[in-house]
Design a protein around this ligand. Structure first.
Ligand code: 5GP
Length: 197
């Protein structure tokens, strides 16, 4: 997705060989025009999949997921990282290792938000080691819901997340795929492929 790649190139900050900061437009400051395009792109990729619900994780997954939900005309549910006082119903929980915080965190969704009739699109802002997406997938499984696929805004293809998820039989659609963050520069998978061709 060209607009997203441009935003990453011009506004992203490479913090290390493994971490990209995109708080100018995706997960702290949010660019609504770009989120709208991201939502349209996810909707186009999953338009034939009869999606009944989008599932994401707070807080960074919410903005792109909301726009995708608007275009797919389905509700959005986000997993909470902290149990709220209002979550007194039965909950589905998964234990997720956080890539950025380097700690384990329980994430949960109340059981009335997902059911076995649901066909779920899981969305997240980044894919690194795949732990957040796997946690969300396990919540879908607990609810008996089927998973149409995983939509990722920015995939770091040099980390093992994609292999783990596709190995588990899950379809992964990423809007930008990063081959490397070495030397403080972002290189996209497409750039490498077009050099080879
Ligand atoms: P995973 O669970 O795939 O290891 O990591 C995905 C989660 O970690 C995402 O929800 C995202 O919030 C965070 N994350 C992973 N890599 C990065 C990164 O390079 N930059 C930022 N800002 N967040 C990241």
């Amino acid at each position: 997705m060209e607009q997203l790649k441009q935003a990453i190139k011009t506004k992203g900050v490479v913090l290390s060989d493994g971490v990209l900061k995109v708080d100018a437009f995706l997960n702290h400051g949010i660019d609504p025009v770009l989120m709208d395009e991201i939502g349209k792109e996810f909707a186009a990729r999953f338009s034939q999949d009869n999606i009944t619900k989008i599932l994401t994780i707070e807080s960074s997954g919410i903005a792109p997921s909301l726009m995708a939900a608007l275009y797919l005309k389905c509700p959005l549910v986000f997993a909470r990282k902290q149990k709220s006082l209002t979550m007194n119903a039965e909950v589905y929980t998964a234990n997720v290792y956080s890539f950025t915080k380097e700690t384990h965190q329980a994430i949960s969704v109340t059981s009335d938000k997902l059911n076995k009739e649901d066909r779920v699109l899981i969305i997240d802002d980044f894919l690194a080691n795949g732990q957040a997406a796997l946690g969300l997938a396990s919540i879908c499984q607990d609810a008996g819901a089927s998973i149409a696929g995983i939509g990722i805004v920015i995939e770091k293809s040099f980390q093992p997340g994609r292999t783990l998820l596709t190995g588990a039989g899950l379809r992964v659609e990423s809007l930008a795929r990063i081959e490397s963050l070495s030397n403080h520069a972002v290189t996209f998978v497409d750039d490498i492929l077009s050099e080879v061709q």
